[in-house]
Each structure stands twice: as C-alpha cells, then as structure tokens.
Design a protein around this ligand. Structure first.
Ligand code: LLP
Length: 421
C-alpha cells in the first residue's frame, strides 16, 4: 500500500496534487511520501516485536538526508556501505551506535572514520579485511565490534545481478569456513566478535531462500557458541521484495518474514538486526516525467519523455518493470494503445518499456513511474550532461524540495581545466 492515489481524476501524493509539484519544480523529478516511508518502516519494526531488534534501513536504496531523518525519528538504525553513506547518516543525525557498516571493500580510511565517529558494528566480509580492521583499531586504541558475513550458498531466486548468497558471488566468507575465521578473529586484540551477518540478495519474492539461510545461521550460532564465541547479535540483511505491478502475485509480507525469523532464530535469544532497503523506500517514491513528443515509427509508436536512463537506470540495467501511469486519471474503459516509452539519451538502451499498453497520451502530459523510490535517485547520473533531477518529499498537504536540480553552471563548473590548456 502507498499514498499515491487518484482523487477527483488526478494523481495525488498524500494530500498534494502531483501536477502542482510538477508546476513548481519542473520535470522530471522524484517524489517521496512520508506516510508510506513511515508505514513500511513500522511494518518491519512491528514484525519483530517481542524480540530485541533494530531495523537498520539500507540507505543505499534512497539516501537523501530528509528520508534518513524521517526514518531515524521512528528509531531506525542505518546500514551503510561507504564512508560517504556513513557521513550522510551522521549528518542526518543518526547516532553512530545505530549504524552498521557493510560491504566487501571497506578501506582503512573508511574504517578510521567509522571508528572515530562511533559504530554499532562492522560486518566483515573477508580475512584480509579482518586483518586491516584489527590494525586500524589497534592503531587508534579502539576495539571494533564485528560480525562476519557468511555466504550460506543459497539460491535467492532473484535477478542474477542482485543475488549475493551463492558461493560464486563475491560476498561473505563460505559458511563452511566460518569456524576457522571466527577462531582467527578471536585472537585479534582490535576486534570483538559479537555476532553473525548474512544477506542473500534483493527483490526476493519467496520466503524459502530466507528460511534455508536462517536455518544455517541458527546452526552456526550454536556451533560458534560451543567454540566459546559470544554470539549475541544476528544481522539478517535485507532483500524482501516488493510488488512492482498491481497485477502480480504479492511477495510475502513483513509480518510473514518476521514470523519466519522468530521460528528459525527465536530460540537463540539473540538481538536481531535486519537491513531492508527496497521495501521501505520502493513504493514510497515515484518519478514524474513529461511527454515531450509522441512519435510514430514504422509499426510502432514512441512516447519520448524528458526523463531518461540516467535518471532511472533500473529498466536498462535489470530489465526492470515499473508501472507507468498518467497523472490525469484515464476515463474508465479508455482505449489502450501500445507504445515504446523512451528517454532522449542517445542509445537504444534508454528504453523504459516496450509495447506498453497506455491510455490516450499526448505531448505535455505528465507520466508517473511507480515503485521508483528505491534504487532510483541514488543510481542516477549526469550522463549526456543531464542535471541530476530534484527530489521532493511530501508530508500530508505540504511538500519540500529535498535535493535541488543543479543549474548547468553548477554542473559544468565542477570541471577544472589544467593550466596548459
Ligand atoms: N544489506 C546488504 C548487505 C545489501 O547488499 C543490500 C542490497 C541490502 C541490505 C538491501 O536490500 P533490499 O532490502 O533493498 O533488497 N540496485 C538494485 C538492488 C541492489 C541491492 C544491493 N544490496 C536494484 O535496483 O534492483
């Protein structure tokens, strides 16, 4: 459920007409709903009720500080994967004790920043990383709390580019080697082992892969405890999928996911962390774009938009489907025509949808990409020297621009010309 609905024939974001935002901000732009963000966060928080837990929003999904503040005010922690994300979370007021640091390539500088500013835990992904973190911590006179990310060799049954829990993926250490690696960690004075971490992939639409992975983590917890390690915390990653179409069978709900966690891991008495990104932000955001031209081709018609692949890369990169709807509600029974919906960027990959059935559309109409809140704005670029598009946050009847569209000068003036030119 989200808060983008038709009222009196036009699309609203909460209590604000989307056309009104477009008139003030210009297109294309991203628009997020506070109520939807809050609702989705609470679903996870409530699903884990009864167990000590922290929901650490995977801010890679949508990292604007206004979004982080909205979630942090509800008690969210953050999952960060770079020094930049760490700095953003701190700048948004998230306390270091609520930040977990994931990622396979943390640099020593990033480790220093997080150790100096405060960190809940590092999710360590390899032995060389463990050695580096120990060195940095010892050098700073600190002890770094760690979990080790294990790779459970489970098929997440999702798109290959976003599956992470198979042995051929670059993530984590093989679960079969966990005892050895934990034994080594225990000898390092700069590290304190506090738990286990696992994340098997993104956009999972079944619970079974989670079950298989979490059962393996439960077994490992008991083995490691028997080896003398103090396993107090389990970080279970993110990955629960969202419905991208209204017709699709719905993926499992956070409550069902929460029950699965209780069932597989509840007996261990551990504190549970989860790192959802997409489910919190995905359906809390839309991208709004204007139709520039309607072009008739041979045997097919094109809707050419002012938004492009640099603004929303998911269709080009993962063949992802986003529902595309007009801001003005189509009349019931309106005739549907197939269109290829494309952006102005100079490559054929700049295609959002092929042969998509659409109600009557003309130049100047506003179209909305639904489910664009996660991995939308954060993955945008300035390809073709197109400015990054604004982000807007709606809260009931108010809205605010939370990231401005840069001017051409602001964009161009970041270049510096060497003196020999
Ligand atoms: N934790 C870790 C360690 C992760 O690598 C990820 C996502 C998450 C949590 C959050 O997963 P989520 O709940 O959002 O599924 N750009 C791709 C998705 C990449 C996901 C990367 N890791 C897309 O647009 O589909």
């Amino acid at each position: 459920m989200d808060h983008f609905n038709y009222r009196n024939g036009e699309l609203f974001a909460e209590d604000v007409p989307v056309a009104e935002i477009a008139a003030q901000v210009g297109t294309p732009f991203y628009c997020y709903s506070t109520a939807t963000l809050e609702r989705h966060f609470r679903l996870f928080d409530e699903a884990l009720e009864g167990m000590p837990h922290l929901v650490c929003y995977a801010m890679k999904a949508a990292s604007n500080q206004a979004i982080l503040k909205t979630l942090s005010a509800l008690g969210a922690g953050m999952d960060v994967v770079s020094g930049g994300e760490y700095a953003r979370a701190i700048s948004a007021g998230v306390p270091g004790e609520k930040i977990v640091f994931s990622g396979i390539g943390k640099t020593r500088d990033e480790m220093r920043i997080a150790l100096a500013g405060g960190i809940r835990q590092f999710n360590v992904e390899s032995e060389p990383e463990m050695v580096a973190l120990n060195d940095v911590a010892v050098e700073m006179g600190k002890v770094a709390p760690i979990t080790v990310r294990v790779n459970p060799d489970v098929d997440a049954k999702t798109h290959a580019k976003i599956a992470t829990g198979k042995s051929e993926n670059k993530f984590g250490i093989p679960i079969s080697r966990a005892r050895e690696v934990y034994a080594e960690a225990a000898t390092m004075p700069g590290l304190q082992v506090i738990g286990i971490d696992v994340h098997i992939g993104s956009q999972l639409t079944e619970l079974e892969p989670f079950r298989l992975a979490y059962q393996k983590v439960a077994e490992l917890t008991e083995t490691l405890r028997a080896d003398g390690h103090d396993i107090q915390r389990l970080d279970l990653g993110g990955g629960l999928g969202i419905p991208y179409t209204r017709s699709n069978e719905a993926p499992p709900l956070p409550t069902e996911y929460g029950s699965l966690i209780k069932e597989t891991l509840g007996h261990l008495g551990c504190e549970i962390e989860i790192e959802p990104g997409r489910l919190v932000a995905g359906n809390a955001g839309i991208m709004v774009s204007e139709v520039i031209y309607v072009k008739s081709g041979e045997g097919r018609n094109f809707l050419i938009l002012d938004g492009a692949m640099n603004d929303l890369i998911r269709p080009a990169m993962y063949d992802a489907h986003h529902d595309i709807i007009p801001v003005i509600e189509p009349t019931a029974g309106a005739e549907q025509t197939p269109y290829d919906i494309v952006g102005p960027v100079c490559e054929s990959g700049d295609t959002f949808a092929k042969q998509r059935m659409m109600p009557p559309v003309k130049a100047g109409d506003l179209l909305v990409f639904r489910s664009a809140g996660a991995y939308g704005a954060v993955m945008s670029s300035e390809y073709n020297t197109r400015p990054l598009i604004p982000e807007v946050l709606v809260h009931e009847h108010q809205f605010a621009v939370i990231r401005q569209r840069p001017t051409f000068d602001e964009m161009i003036n970041r270049d510096t010309i060497p003196e020999w030119l």
